[in-house]
Design a protein around this ligand. Structure first.
Ligand SMILES: C[S@@+](CC[C@H](N)C(=O)[O-])C[C@H]1O[C@@H](n2cnc3c(N)ncnc32)[C@H](O)[C@@H]1O
Length: 251
């Protein structure tokens, strides 16, 4: 087994701070149903840091506002979670070439697990390998409890949880038709983060990270209407900007 040169948390901090993706991961287009996914090009060891689900960190209120104006195809990139007793969201709907936003979901037998790392008092959604991963494998993880229509279409052997995807819920799409384009974010988020308390301040060092498993993470989703345009960017892998990688962190 490969010996780690850098502990996983430290590796995560390094990549999060640099705002860059790790070497050894690549984007592949899978098919029209699943869209794109992330695949390994090198082996990873159980526990290794893989990538950050990067995007704009926004408050619950801003998240709700965006849900009202976003097209369904953008809503699927909004990752809601609880941190420091409050609800937050990482909005990764903007195509920015980062890998994290393209991870696929399974409910079981996943290769990765999402954790919330507290880095300098701010939450960062980081994926870690939940088992040893061979080159060429897909990075997938459990998004959390949500009713997505495509879950119903997914191979049932993979799905071990019954979901109520097909029952109409009238208020799920209040404003589907409002804006098919990506609206300009109204507020940016960093200013909205709470003042760091002393405990959070301590977390700037690797040892002091708070980690939360994302069993608490609820991804609010739009599952009740077929999403014919769920993959508006299927062709984007061809023109996908080269993701920024962080060789400085990858030793
Ligand atoms: C966060 S995006 C992942 C990236 C997306 N595949 C793409 O190409 O943009 C989430 C979307 O991926 C698709 N997806 C994720 N996991 C899936 C799965 N297990 N089966 C089918 N589609 C999946 C669904 O359309 C979902 O709305």
């Amino acid at each position: 087994m490969r010996r780690r040169l850098i502990p996983p948390r430290e590796d995560a901090v390094c990549h999060v701070s640099a705002g860059r993706d790790k070497l050894g991961l690549d984007i592949h287009y899978i098919n029209a149903f699943k869209g794109r996914g992330i695949f390994t090009t090198v082996p990873f060891q159980k526990g290794d840091f893989l990538l950050e689900y990067r995007g704009k960190l926004i408050t619950k209120e801003e998240c709700e506002r965006r849900h009202r104006v976003y097209h369904d195809s953008l809503k699927v990139f909004m990752f809601e979670f609880k941190f420091d007793g409050k609800l937050w969201c990482v909005d990764a709907s903007q195509e920015d070439g980062s890998l994290g936003r393209l991870g696929l979901m399974w409910l079981s037998l996943t290769s990765a697990k999402m954790k919330i790392l507290n880095i300098n008092g701010k939450p960062h959604l980081c994926l870690f390998a939940s088992r040893d991963i061979s080159p060429g494998e897909e990075i997938d993880y459990n998004y959390g409890d949500s009713d997505w229509l495509w879950r119903c279409k997914t191979e049932t052997s993979q799905i071990q949880k019954t979901v109520s995807c097909l029952k109409p819920q009238p208020n799920s799409f209040p404003n589907n038709d409002l804006d098919l384009k990506h609206p300009e974010p109204e507020r940016d988020l960093d200013e909205e983060m709470p003042q760091q308390d002393s405990e959070a301040m301590h977390s700037s060092s690797v040892q002091d990270f708070e980690e939360t498993e994302t069993s608490q993470i609820q991804k609010t989703v739009s599952c009740l209407k077929p999403q014919p345009n769920s993959f508006p960017n299927n062709d984007l892998d061809l023109k996908h900007p080269e993701p920024e990688r962080s060789p400085g962190c990858d030793v």
